[in-house]
Design a protein around this ligand. Structure first.
Ligand SMILES: Cc1ncc(COP(=O)(O)O)c(C=O)c1O
Length: 358
């Protein structure tokens, strides 16, 4: 019998806390499409302040935040955006920048630490002399933390260098900062500094920060004015969104501080996994709340079998392929849950009877 649930599939599974629900119930609201919702304005002002940008805009999702940002920067047909070949915008957003925005993606290899080699980025910038043949490079996109490489942080030095490169060629820089607060926590560098070199950033409230819905994009007042129009075009203009923004404000006030513990719990989980025969993980590579581990060849276990075995004990996981598993830590996983997960994983790999896993 399942006695507990440990949901490690993603930090997007976090449920709104009691304070969030109370704030949502009591939120002061008005029509935000008309620009009058006070709670939305409050959240936007707060995010603009935190990120050191002139203005901000609440959007329904990180996907829409990235799409709007790319479209504002690439508002001429035939624009090209340079981005990592393993970044979220390129892999997991339905190719929206191309199918909806008519923006040509120029993927550059992502290194294991989530960066792209600056030399490769520079080489990918199109020569304007060849405009008869080439799309026009207008944008570079970074992702911090970089989810697909296991939540790796991009340093401020690296981001600044990409920013300088963008400036040198008259390009814009967008940061998908879905988990930028995790980077702030792990690096000890304020979000405002991490995004200083960027013309825009998209910050998710519904990942580790635990709000039920929403992201906020930030940039210059001009950028946000254009973004507001595009949000409406895409169907993302919503009326009394103060209900959602109220939860976002609580996320900023109460949950940013919990990320440090999330990272500590992630490390403890990784250290436990490293001790299990048949599993392989690079503990040092776990910088924030996302980790990947591999099932060693010859262990007679597959990711699918492991997922099923763990599910019987209420532990939910996701996998990349038949031997690679992803776990994501968040504030609704306790230290006890971490130990329980390690013990269930150990028993599953040892092939012990199910009851012994508890
Ligand atoms: C790095 C990154 N960017 C963007 C998104 C998109 O966010 P949403 O699911 O809110 O569209 C995600 C979602 O998991 C993500 O991990």
């Amino acid at each position: 019998m399942v006695i507990r649930t440990v949901d490690l599939r993603s930090d997007t599974v976090t449920l709104p806390t009691k304070t969030m629900r109370a704030a949502m119930a009591g939120a002061e609201v008005d029509d935000d499409v008309l620009g009058f919702d006070p709670t939305a304005s409050c959240l936007e002002a707060e995010m603009a302040k935190i990120t050191g940008k002139e203005a901000a805009l609440f959007v329904p999702s990180g996907t829409m935040g990235n799409l709007i940002s790319v479209l504002v920067h690439c508002d001429v047909r035939g624009s090209e955006a340079i981005l990592g070949d393993k970044c979220h915008i390129h892999l997991y957003e339905n190719g929206g920048i191309a199918t909806i925005g008519g923006v040509h993606p120029r993927p550059v290899k992502n290194n294991e630490d989530g960066t792209m080699d600056i030399g490769l980025v520079e080489a990918a910038i199109r020569d304007p002399q060849g405009e008869q043949f080439y799309p026009t490079t207008r944008l570079i996109c970074l992702e911090n933390t970089h989810a697909n490489s296991g939540g790796k942080c991009l340093s401020v030095e690296y981001t600044d260098r990409v920013g300088e490169l963008a400036k040198k060629y008259g390009l814009k820089l967008h940061i998908d900062g879905a988990r930028i607060f995790n980077a702030e926590t792990a690096l000890g560098v304020p979000v405002g500094r991490l995004v200083r070199a960027a013309d825009s950033a998209s910050v998710c409230l519904s990942k580790g920060l635990g709000a039920p819905v929403g992201s906020v994009i930030v940039g210059s007042a001009r950028f946000i004015a254009k973004a507001r129009v595009l949000r409406k075009t895409l169907g993302g203009g919503m009326r009394q969104i103060g209900i959602l923004c109220a939860a976002g404000l609580i996320a900023l006030q109460e949950n940013v501080g919990k990320l440090e513990q999330d990272h500590r719990k992630a490390k403890a989980l990784a250290e436990g996994i490293a001790q299990i025969k048949g599993l392989k993980i690079d503990v040092a590579s776990v910088e924030t709340n996302i980790m990947y581990f591999d099932i060693e060849e010859g262990s007679n276990m597959t990711a699918l079998k492991l997922r099923k075995k763990l599910e019987e004990h209420g532990i939910l996981i996701m996998f990349d392929n038949s031997s690679r598993v992803r776990l994501v830590m968040h504030h609704q996983i306790s230290e006890g849950d971490v130990q329980y997960t390690i013990s269930c994983l150990k028993n599953a790999m040892a092939g012990l009877p199910e009851e012994n896993g508890i």
